[in-house]
Design a protein around this ligand. Structure first.
Ligand code: FES
Ligand code: FES
Length: 161
C-alpha cells in the first residue's frame, strides 16, 4: 500500500497533479509538494488546529487527512483569502483591526476555521462563535480578540446582505 499514487487535487481553484505515497498527509502535500506554506503544522496529531483548511467548505485538520482522501474535493487554504491584488479579505482585515494575532502561527488555521463557521452559520451568536473557535489553540492572544474579529466580520457580512 505504499506504491506512489498519481493524485489530482484542486487547491484554491487550481488543478494540481502530484505523485504521492498513500500515507502522505494533506498538510505535507500542501506545504512540501505545492509550496503552500501558509498552512501551518503544529502538533501533527489533530489537537492544535494550526493546519486547518477547508475541504468542500468544511474545516478539517490537514494533518489528519490523507492527501488521497482529498481527491475530487475542493481544498482551500489561507492563500485563497487575499484578493487578486493581494489585499486582505474582510476577515483578515478584522483580525488586524482587533489585534487577533500576535506571533501569527495559529492564524491561518483560525481564519479557515472561521470561514467554515461563518459559511455554515452566518448568523452565529457570539457564544456559538466562541464554541466553534474553541476547536483551535492559540498560545498568545487569550482568544477574546479572535472572537471579536470573527463576530465583527459576521456582523459586517449580515449588514451587507
Ligand atoms: S498540526 Fe494539525 S491539528 Fe495540530
Ligand atoms: S497568535 Fe501566537 S499562537 Fe496564536
Amino acid at each position: 500500500m505504499t506504491d506512489p499514487h498519481l493524485l489530482s487535487l484542486t487547491v484554491n481553484g487550481a488543478e494540481h497533479e502530484v505523485v504521492v505515497e498513500p500515507r502522505r498527509t494533506l498538510a505535507d502535500v500542501l506545504r512540501h509538494d505545492l509550496r503552500l506554506t501558509g498552512t501551518h503544522v503544529g502538533c501533527e496529531h489533530g489537537v492544535c488546529g494550526a493546519c486547518t483548511v477547508l475541504l468542500d467548505d468544511a474545516p478539517v485538520r490537514a494533518c489528519l487527512v490523507f492527501a488521497v482522501q482529498a481527491e475530487g474535493s475542493e481544498v482551500r487554504t489561507v492563500e485563497s483569502l487575499a484578493g487578486p491584488d493581494g489585499g486582505l479579505s474582510d476577515l483578515q482585515q478584522a483580525f488586524t483591526d482587533h489585534h487577533a494575532l500576535q506571533c501569527g502561527f495559529c492564524t491561518p488555521g483560525f481564519l479557515l476555521l472561521a470561514e467554515g463557521v461563518l459559511a455554515e452559520q452566518p448568523d452565529a451568536s457570539r457564544e456559538e462563535v466562541r464554541e466553534a473557535l474553541s476547536a483551535n489553540l492559540c498560545r498568545c492572544t487569550g482568544y477574546q480578540t479572535i472572537v471579536d474579529a470573527v463576530c465583527a466580520t459576521a456582523r459586517a457580512r449580515q449588514e451587507a446582505r
